[in-house]
Structures are given as structure tokens and as C-alpha cells.
Design a protein around this ligand. Sequence first.
Ligand code: ZN
Length: 200
Amino acid sequence: MQSLIEHARTFPAKIAEHGQDFTHLARGQRPMAAFLSCSDSRVIPSLITGARPGEIFELRTAGNIVPRYRSSAACGVAASLEFAVKALHVPDIIVCGHSHCGAVQGLMHRQSVESLPLMKRWLAGAGHTARLAAPRTDATGDAVEVTRQHLLTQMDHLRSYPWIAQRLTAGRLRLHAWYYTVDTGEVLACQPGSREFRGL
Ligand code: ZN
């Protein structure tokens, strides 16, 4: 923790030292995309994308879960999405799942979250039970496949938000499903119109 405090304490000096000017950030934000990823400490959106302050609007949840739209139920994800889409007018939303995801493991093996009642309820909002149509014997391969299916389910949930659906139809918004591998840094993207993931 001390290293985090030390970095934060000296951050203004570091900005100045590297000749970086943040003053324009006080005038507002116009991010080029909303980036929804897992809260996992190994997934760092700005590190993956190279985004500078003001360039991506981040939402992070356990398991990069997007609850289905419910007009009467406000939650942090829905409210943040509403702000990004309707107030900031982001033209792109990226949902980024990742390898070795604890939340996906929780979806695959419910007993692993038995002692975490809130997580158990949150995972119930993932919209599926993470069962493969044809499970493989390779546990690692299963996890990759389940993570990708899980990601595509969250994309379907995004489309359930009426103001997202409207903008998709109007061509004013694009959705992207990315899969990040934590031990190699590789990013794969789901190809438009298919469920296949390939390199960017
Ligand atoms: Zn995760």
C-alpha cells in the first residue's frame, strides 16, 4: 500500500517532470469509447489500449457483467452506461473479458462462490449458467470458451438497453467484444456477424 500512497503523493510532480499538461482536462471530457472490463487487477484498460486521460470512459465490474436492462432498476453499470451513451455520446463501447477470470470460474463452479452471497447474486445476473453445449475435457479450453460465450451474452444484454439499440440501428454506436489474455497481453476481438474471435 505504501508504494501506492507514495506514487499518488508525488503524482503532480511526475506530471510536471514529464512535461504533461492536464489543464485541458478541467474543461470536460469527450472519451472516444466506453470500456467495460472486469475489476481484475491484471486487466488495465489504459495499459492495453494506450489511452490517455480523457480518452476512455471506464466501467469495471466483477466478471464484466452487464445486467439486462430494467427500466425500474438503477444500478451502477446501467447509470454509467446511460451517462456514457446519452451524455457523453461515446461512439464505441468495448466489453473486455479476460483469461483466468475468477468470476467466470464462479459461473462454471458455483460452489466456489458459496461463501460469497453477494457475488453469487451478481453472477446470477450474468444471464447464463456457463454450461457448454459440448464440454471439452480440457479445463483450460473450457474456461476460454465459457469466457467468450459469457462475453457475447453481455453484448446481448447491452443491446437490451433501448437507447443503445436505437443508436446501433441509427449507426451512431458500435459494440466490440474483446478477449484479453493476462499472461501474454494478446487481445482477440469477436468478428462482426460471427461468434469467432481473432487478433485485432
Ligand atoms: Zn475477471
